[in-house]
Design a protein around this ligand. Structure first.
Ligand SMILES: *[C@@H]1O[C@H](CO)[C@@H](O)[C@H](O)[C@H]1NC(C)=O
Ligand SMILES: *[C@@H]1O[C@H](CO)[C@@H](O)[C@H](O)[C@H]1NC(C)=O
Ligand SMILES: *[C@@H]1O[C@H](CO)[C@@H](O)[C@H](O)[C@H]1NC(C)=O
Ligand SMILES: *[C@@H]1O[C@H](CO)[C@@H](O)[C@H](O)[C@H]1NC(C)=O
Ligand SMILES: *[C@@H]1O[C@H](CO)[C@@H](O)[C@H](O)[C@H]1NC(C)=O
Ligand SMILES: *[C@@H]1O[C@H](CO)[C@@H](O)[C@H](O)[C@H]1NC(C)=O
Ligand SMILES: *[C@@H]1O[C@H](CO)[C@@H](O)[C@H](O)[C@H]1NC(C)=O
Length: 794
């Protein structure tokens, strides 16, 4: 303990010296079976002594590495990065109205100690849940419920019998994602080899304390379903021969099985699915808890969705030990939580003050725990050696990004009394991922209708819970509550009681009345639903009562894109393409034109398809250097999407089933957006003068697209490009540590490759700085909304 204590005192200094970085890269990639690193490297590296003011000031760390990068950049080419603009006129350049200048005009207030709470919880949450010291409420992991987490709260596999085994392989022929041929972990509806096999799951013996881990986890059987039974009879809902799964040489019995089942649960790797890595949790439980598939089981004295909140009277000194000694990979992904600084290290604060709710697990952590595909619901993951990585593709990843950014924000307050706004982190995007896997969860419980019903009703339940539990929802009629709606068609379906709040989405459709225009039936929010849980048709509570987007109170925000997505952008220091912007206009994306895929041409309002046919019949590529179509039409396999965008003068912004992040793609590459979707505002269009750097073409003018673009004079093109340089940074989120680190790495690489003569590209001064990024823009705009939100004047 004494040694640990000394270690702890050294940490800030280590961070200051930038050793933490080297520490991370020096640890061997070998990971023990539990995914925990030996601590010895750390001890060896620290040969200095000193006392720091507080732990985990990774802002220090940030600052330090930013200085380091600045030095490097200077060494390479003193002129390649301009200083960031400081004057409000420059920073607010192409914005609409006064929100930006107002924000900068406010007088900062001093930051006080965070507010501490100390409410007890029933039965200490039975040792499985986390006691929330502000709410006096147990937050339970999946599987446990009731006021003290002692009641079972199950998510059974499909067609599960009483013994957690399938109720009869021949008895029901229907396949389902969670139908289980082995034994079901019915906390989350995950399937494993049965206990009577060598690599089967062996639960903790009866009478063990609640939440005891299994004696043996077992090999997963998820998405591995039998095509035959033990007697060789055909099983209708599966495909894998019985011996491959359960025979002596099969997956469940052999040390070296002759057949392998998929291994996709978060934190499991390797051909035998027994290599364990860190799982993903909000802000990685701040290093003060164990991450269980998205649920943070916090250490005694700590609580909150990310274990960042300290119970009153608990000594702060304990923080961080585990983080840097046992889990040295966490600093790379953890974001520093300004609101919990004690003493305050960020001396001043600016409004808006935003309170971030911890939502009941039903609307939050459950959904993360229910994701049987590790890549669902998250924006990052950990590789076998615990290095963090982005998940390949998750359209809804702005949801976890926003949650972490709100938690970490300088604008966050721990005191709801003083809050200007309340952020409500309901995992509706995660629900979109999880919805098809199992009957549970459902809203209403007995309806398995379109996802839009489920999402809307889940939000409504969350709103009712807020209103029944806290005084804050009713205080301003819900107007100060912020909800994010990543659904393809944004907030169109939102319940009327939720709607008065601030709707954040990627879809700025303004016409009213409106009908769903998705080609994906599961998302059609215009399907009616009669249910005893609400009188009449749900449509009369939702989409018939409001537009999808109200430019006055709502905001269209960018989708999250990691820097690697725009790695060839001049704004990240990439050299301009040899031939300049030689592509006149560009679009690459899904067209759904294969026979039978979308016979009525509903997808993209038939815009993408109509343009494609025009491009073919008029030879756009040869005649006008307009590259348009799917990858096979546009680019050879080697051509890089980012590079193509950087080579283009105009880039089409067209809908998909609803939103599609094309405006972001264009702007982040300095390409002039050509927006074709009537009555739909693009990202920030209500607050930034998008007209200054884009072209909008009405759907009925699609046949004249080429003429319209050709008629734009080169001087106008140049002016638009110059505007883009001044505003591009507002269209990406750079507040995550992983994003900043990657942007730095890309910039460094570009600089190094240029051998010290990288040209100075206007706009590149923002390449590695989060100042005035998308999240800052949101905060700055929210500030301007305070008077009307608080007074109810709309
Ligand atoms: C809850 O746990 C804490 C810490 O272990 C202990 O001090 C407290 O007495 C417990 N309370 C109850 C009601 O069991
Ligand atoms: C069929 O399934 C039901 C449960 O759905 C079970 O009670 C019954 O025993 C099964 N019958 C056979 C013949 O497997
Ligand atoms: C695996 O071995 C079993 C015999 O135990 C055999 O029946 C089966 O066909 C083998 N499967 C594969 C994929 O080789
Ligand atoms: C919120 O709760 C208050 C007090 O119980 C009630 O009057 C009001 O109708 C509720 N509002 C909504 C939108 O649920
Ligand atoms: C969505 O559902 C409504 C009501 O059933 C239907 O009229 C409409 O055609 C559907 N929309 C699409 C795009 O399929
Ligand atoms: C595009 O061309 C194909 C082939 O000629 C045709 O089947 C399809 O209907 C056309 N689609 C549109 C939207 O013009
Ligand atoms: C830095 O880049 C500029 C072009 O932007 C070039 O003119 C200059 O020579 C470079 N400086 C050095 C020291 O290489």
């Amino acid at each position: 303990m004494v040694a640990e204590r000394i270690l702890f005192r050294l940490l800030p200094l280590v961070a200051l010296l930038g050793l933490a970085l080297r520490l991370r890269s020096s640890v061997s990639p070998a990971v023990s079976h539990h995914g925990l690193q030996e601590t010895s490297h750390f001890g060896q590296m620290v040969g200095v002594s000193g006392v720091g003011r507080s732990l985990l000031q990774d802002d220090e760390n940030d600052k330090h590495s930013e200085d380091e990068v600045a030095l490097l950049v200077m060494k390479l080419n003193r002129s390649s990065l301009l200083p960031l603009p400081v004057l409000s006129e420059q920073r607010c350049a192409p914005t609409k109205g006064v929100w930006c200048a107002q924000f900068h005009g406010q007088t900062p207030a001093p930051r006080y100690l965070p507010k501490y709470y100390n409410k007890p919880c029933p039965n200490n949450c039975s040792g499985v849940g986390v006691c929330h010291a502000e709410y006096g409420m147990c937050f339970c992991p999946a599987g446990y419920g009731g006021p003290d987490c002692a009641a079972p709260r199950k998510r059974p596999c499909a067609h599960m019998g009483t013994d957690k085994r399938d109720a009869g392989w021949h008895n029901l022929t229907t396949w389902s994602h969670t139908r289980c041929a082995g034994v079901c972990d019915d906390d989350i509806a995950m399937c494993y080899c049965p206990p009577d096999t060598k690599y089967g799951r062996k639960e903790a013996p009866p009478g063990s304390p609640l939440g005891s881990p299994p004696l043996q986890a077992g090999r997963p059987l998820f998405m591995c379903t039998p095509g035959t039974d033990s007697e060789g009879r055909k099983v209708e809902w599966g495909g894998t021969p019985f011996p491959d799964m359960f025979g002596p040489a099969g997956w469940c019995n052999a040390d070296k099985p002759n057949f392998t089942c998929p291994c996709r649960l978060d934190g499991l790797h390797g051909p035998l699915c027994d290599v364990v890595s860190e799982q993903v949790c909000p802000n990685q439980c701040s290093g003060r808890g164990r991450c269980n598939q998205g649920f943070c089981a916090c250490q005694q004295g700590w609580y909150g969705v990310d274990c960042a909140l300290r119970r009153e009277g608990v000594a702060a000194e304990e923080q961080g030990l585990e983080l840097l000694t046992k889990q040295p990979w966490l600093p790379a992904v953890r974001t520093h939580i300004v609101a919990t600084e004690d003493p305050p290290l960020t001396p001043v604060r600016r409004r808006p003050y935003v309170y971030v709710y911890d939502m009941k697990p039903e609307y939050g952590s459950d959904l993360l725990q229910y994701r049987i595909e590790g890549s669902h619901c998250v924006y990052r993951t950990f590789k076998t050696d615990n290095t963090p990585d982005w998940v390949g593709y998750n359209a809804y990843s702005t949801e976890p990004v926003l949650h972490e950014l709100f938690l970490a924000s300088e604008h966050r307050t721990l005191d709801p009394e003083e809050a200007d706004f309340f952020f409500v982190p309901v995992n509706v995007g995660c629900m979109l991922d999880v919805y098809g896997w199992n009957e549970v969860p459902r809203w209403p419980k007995d309806v398995h209708g379109p996802r839009s019903h489920g999402l809307s009703l889940m939000q409504r339940e969350a709103q009712r819970w807020l209103n029944a539990t806290f005084p804050w929802f009713a205080r301003r009629g819900g107007r100060d509550h912020i909800w994010f709606n990543p659904h393809d068609e944004g907030a169109c379906y939102v319940w009327k009681d939720v709607w008065p709040g601030v709707m954040l989405s990627h879809w700025g459709r303004t016409d009213f009345p409106h009908l769903s225009h998705t080609a994906y039936g599961q998302d059609n929010y215009s399907m009616s639903l009669q249910h005893p849980e609400h009188p009449g048709d749900w449509l009369d509570h939702t989409s018939r009562t409001h537009p999808c987007f109200d430019p006055k109170k709502d905001l269209v925000i960018p989708a999250f894109k990691p820097p690697r997505h725009y790695h060839k952008s001049p704004y990240l220091g990439a050299p301009p393409p040899a031939a300049g912007r030689d592509i006149f206009a560009f679009f690459m994306g899904d067209l759904r034109m294969q026979p039978g895929r979308d016979p009525d041409c509903i997808y993209s309002r038939c815009i993408r398809q109509t343009l494609y046919n025009l491009s073919i019949s008029n030879h756009w590529k040869e005649a006008h250097a307009i590259w348009y179509g799917e990858r096979k039409d546009v680019a050879g396999s080697g051509e890089d999407y980012s590079e193509l965008l950087a080579r283009s003068t105009f880039c089409f912004v067209l809908p998909g089933d609803g939103w599609s992040p094309r405006l972001e793609d264009a702007v982040l590459h300095g390409c002039i957006p050509v927006i074709i979707m009537d009555d739909v505002q693009v990202v920030f269009e209500s607050i930034i003068d998008v007209e200054q750097f884009s072209v909008r073409i009405l759907q009925r003018d699609i046949p004249n697209v080429v003429d319209i673009l050709k008629r734009i004079p080169p001087t106008t093109v140049k002016t638009m490009q110059e505007k883009l340089h001044k505003v591009w940074h507002r269209f990406r989120f750079l507040g995550l540590r992983m994003a900043r680190a990657e942007a730095r790495k890309l910039l460094e690489a570009h600089q190094e490759r240029a051998g010290g003569s990288a040209p100075r590209h206007p706009g590149a001064e923002y390449s590695i700085h989060a100042q005035d990024d998308a999240f800052d823009t949101l905060m700055q705009w929210l500030y301007s909304r305070i008077p009307s939100v608080h007074s109810g004047s709309g």
